[in-house]
Ligand binder design. Structure first.
Ligand code: SAM
Length: 214
């Protein structure tokens, strides 16, 4: 997938910090049409991802390395993906992300999962974009991937708050000034201002974060 070759993900792979492999579930089918889906029991629209290819694939891919992978299914019914989960994943030596299509997985495939993860309260066509979001958020937290370690410490959600506002040159744009405190050179006051901005913005835009609802 080209997106895996660009920016931080590409650099991390070229520097040997990360290896990403994609697999086609159809490689673990045994019929002529390489079928991975079938009609739902009980009727209804759409098709359901069959158990057999998923069980075979997870077992075979798991055995490709002596380290057992953490097996993560991507599904809207999963636990909401958060920065804290990305932090946990960034410490894992090996992740196996399982992407669905159609109406989703046969329920019995979830017995393979260590985690079931949703990237948000909406339905994508397939798990690949969800997997890319998980990979991207996770990989940038692996030590050595981002140039400046502090850039992820200060970011939104890392301390349960939204991040403070950023500004760069010019100091006046379209008649709007950069806040004077940022030009003062007083690092202690700048830090205090950023903290206040962070709190104010979180209160205004995401009060649920302050109430610990997330
Ligand atoms: N019928 C399923 C439901 O209502 O929960 C949706 C299936 S969706 C069309 C097909 C696949 O896309 C899912 O099996 C899953 O792998 C992926 N997917 C869709 N939305 C997702 C989300 N919010 N988070 C993670 N994966 C998602």
């Amino acid at each position: 997938m080209p997106v895996l070759e660009t920016s931080m993900l590409g650099i991390a792979q070229r520097e040997g910090i990360l290896e990403v492999y994609t697999h086609d579930l159809r490689d673990w089918t045994d019929d002529f049409h390489r079928t991975v889906d079938d009609e739902p029991y009980g009727g209804g629209p759409g098709m359901v991802m069959k158990c057999e290819p998923i069980f075979r694939a997870v077992e075979a891919i798991g055995a490709m390395d002596s380290l057992r992978p953490t097996i993560v299914f991507l599904a809207p019914v999963g636990e909401p993906f958060k920065q804290a989960i990305a932090q946990e994943f960034s410490k894992e030596a090996r992740l196996l992300l399982v992407c669905g299509r159609y109406e989703g997985f046969d329920e019995r495939t979830f017995t393979l999962a260590d985690r079931i993860i949703s990237i948000g309260d909406y339905v994508l066509t397939g798990g690949e974009i969800a997997a890319l979001a998980v990979i991207d958020a996770t990989v940038r937290l692996i030590p050595g991937v981002l140039g400046h370690a502090q850039s992820c410490e200060d970011e939104s959600f890392s301390d349960g708050l939204l991040e403070y506002p950023h500004y760069t040159r010019p100091s006046i744009f379209n008649g709007v000034d950069v806040p004077a405190i940022l030009l003062s050179g007083n690092h202690k006051e700048i830090e205090r201002w950023r903290r206040m901005q962070s709190l104010e913005r979180t209160q205004r835009l995401r009060p649920d974060l302050l109430k610990g609802e997330n």
